[in-house]
Ligand binder design. Structure first.
Ligand code: BG6
Ligand code: MG
Length: 209
């Protein structure tokens, strides 16, 4: 294996909770409560796909494309406001150490995030310099579970997909890694991430791999 490609939200940094809170706020304005139990479905998927899932959970149908754009932008506004002060303290446990160990061991390091704010967040965390390539939602047309975000990172790293390991907290991300012919490590619950090659319960446990 020659490269490690990290998902961002829920792997490098604890932003998954802000995505959830921003969708929850939007749902509240639309007249329903978006519960935590539905949140798993939003992990890893694009902003527009997330909106469709949120509307489906709320039983809201017949929304025009124009209105969907407005709602997605509104949610993103809440999200950006919530993460405006984000800093190194929100990097998930063990990640900084794990990246530096793997760099020393000779692995190339990439980001493969669905989020259009991915690159900006890495900058705010002071981690951008640790990554050899950063592929976020601005550079791809197809969202996870499509493998494009990971295959693009592999291509830019100059490493064949078969020699890349993806680290992911979302089922959609594990599916994307498999579709791209990559190995993958799931971070989180085994029942949700069962298709991964290895599952660790949290980011700190990556240090024992
Ligand atoms: C993924 C998150 O990383 O990015 C999703 O897991 C999110 O929850 C997606 O919807 C898109 O993010 P953004 O910032 O472009 O809306
Ligand atoms: Mg994630």
């Amino acid at each position: 294996m020659k490269a490690i490609i990290f998902d961002l939200d829920g792997v490098v940094v604890d932003t998954a909770k802000y995505h959830y809170l921003a969708w929850r706020k939007l749902a509240q304005e639309l007249g329903f409560t978006f519960e935590k139990m539905h949140n798993e479905r939003l992990k890893g998927v694009s902003r527009m796909r997330s909106l469709e899932i949120v509307l489906e959970v709320g039983g809201i149908t017949g929304v025009s494309e124009e209105k969907k754009q407005e709602l997605a932008e509104r949610k993103n506004g809440y999200y950006l406001e919530m993460i405006s002060g984000i800093n190194q303290s929100e990097i998930l446990p063990g990640i900084t150490e794990f990246i530096s160990r793997k760099k020393k061991a000779g692995y190339k390091i990439g980001l493969g995030s669905a989020s259009k704010s991915g690159g900006m967040i890495l900058e705010k965390l002071g981690l951008a310099g640790q990554f050899d390539v950063i592929v976020d939602g601005n550079l791809v047309e197809r969202a996870k579970p499509d493998p494009q975000v990971f295959t693009k990172a592999a291509e830019l790293l100059g490493v064949p997909c078969s020699q890349c390991i993806v680290i992911e907290d979302a089922a959609a991300g594990i599916d994307a890694a498999i579709a791209g012919g990559m190995k993958c490590i799931g971070v989180g619950a085994r029942d949700i991430l069962k298709k991964a090659d290895i599952v660790v319960p949290d980011t700190e446990a990556l240090l024992s791999i």
